[in-house]
Design a protein around this ligand. Structure first.
Ligand code: FAD
Length: 295
């Protein structure tokens, strides 16, 4: 089912994100991933999204997992796709492959600069920004398109207002839904929604939530993406950083509170970054009362 229908059909949508496993024993890891997703399927996710490896070198694995989820778990899929190192002809071949195999949705991304590079260089014969990919997919396929949004502003952009205008361009060219980067302060998200809607955008803007399960994880997020974490939450995690059970409980309880506030503010859905483990997301969802989930 297409994203447009998914968000029209129900009042509240749960979705999950996974990434293709790396390293040795990939097939075994994929089987484990499917097992984890089977656990989460009790929450009736409307779709599962599958990330696309930087540089596209894991794209086959991403596509295989997308098809496995669609065919074995019978759950709708959103396949991520980036412009990194790709020329238009190859992009078309890959996207058509997904469409011909029954995938109905793409999360259209520019991608990050390749490792060791600080600036994204437009590949010759390819695309420099996600809006060009959105336009290309819209013109050449019948797929529904999700785009990425950044409540705290994309790190390369000067300010949130400009970043929102760049987001609006992706939407005007064919984006059907926005899925956001992780954030830990709901006020940042509410401000983002308000500013984006003021530009005339009226498609669903779905918050991305990642339940924290260790202090190291939050330190990494701050370092990599500059995510702002409320001091109270960070200090609590730091205090118990050597106690695995306590940090998990603190992180999961924080995510529950975050989700409850988002739901009370009528978000159209929540997208969980599962990190390929059911445990934390399951705990959060077990503790949320969302009657619509059971419909
Ligand atoms: P764009 O929308 O192109 O924006 C990139 C930057 O350029 C922004 O600063 C924007 O303000 C600016 N900009 C945009 N358009 C223009 C324009 N026309 N002119 C001038 N400036 C412009 N990465 C992966 O490698 N694989 C994944 O699977 C993946 N999944 C993701 C899922 C989500 C929900 C999110 C939020 C991010 C994901 N990413 C993934 C990370 C993403 O690839 C990076 O954040 C990347 O740096 C930006 O991608 P984008 O599609 O948002 O780019």
């Amino acid at each position: 089912m297409k994203l447009t229908q998914i968000y029209n059909n129900k009042d509240f949508i749960i979705s999950f994100e996974v990434f293709p496993p790396k390293g040795d024993d990939v097939n075994q890891k994929i089987d484990l991933l499917i097992d984890e997703l089977s656990v989460l399927s009790k929450f009736n996710p409307a779709f599962i999204s599958v990330t696309y490896g930087a540089g596209g070198n894991t794209h086959e694995r991403s596509f295989n997992i997308s098809l496995k989820i669609k065919n074995e778990l019978k759950i709708n899929v959103v396949s991520h796709f980036t412009c990194v190192g790709a020329v238009k002809e190859d992009i078309l071949t890959q996207i058509k492959y997904l469409e011909n195999n029954g995938i109905r949705n793409i999360l259209a991304l520019r991608g990050d600069p390749p490792k060791g590079e600080t600036k994204f260089i437009k590949p010759s014969g390819g695309f420099g920004y996600a809006n060009e990919l959105v336009e290309f997919i819209k013109k050449n396929t019948d797929l529904s398109i999700a785009v990425a949004g950044y409540p705290e502003c994309h790190p390369e952009c000067e300010n949130l207002e400009k970043d929102i205008m760049n987001l609006k361009r992706k939407i005007d060219l064919g984006g059907d839904v926005v899925i956001t980067q992780v954030f830990y302060n709901n006020d940042v998200f509410f401000n983002f929604i308000e500013k984006t809607q003021k530009t005339g955008v009226n498609i669903p803007i779905i918050p991305g939530i990642l339940p924290i399960t260790s202090y190291a994880q939050i330190e990494r997020m701050i370092e990599l993406s500059g995510t702002k974490v409320p001091d109270k939450f960070k200090n609590k995690l730091e205090k118990y950083k050597d106690d695995k059970t306590a940090t998990q409980e603190i992180g999961i309880n924080y995510a529950i509170e975050q989700c409850e506030e988002l739901i009370n503010n009528q978000v159209k859905g929540i997208h969980f970054y599962t990190l390929n483990k059911a445990f934390a997301t399951e705990k959060v969802l077990d503790n949320l009362s969302i009657p619509q989930l059971l419909i």
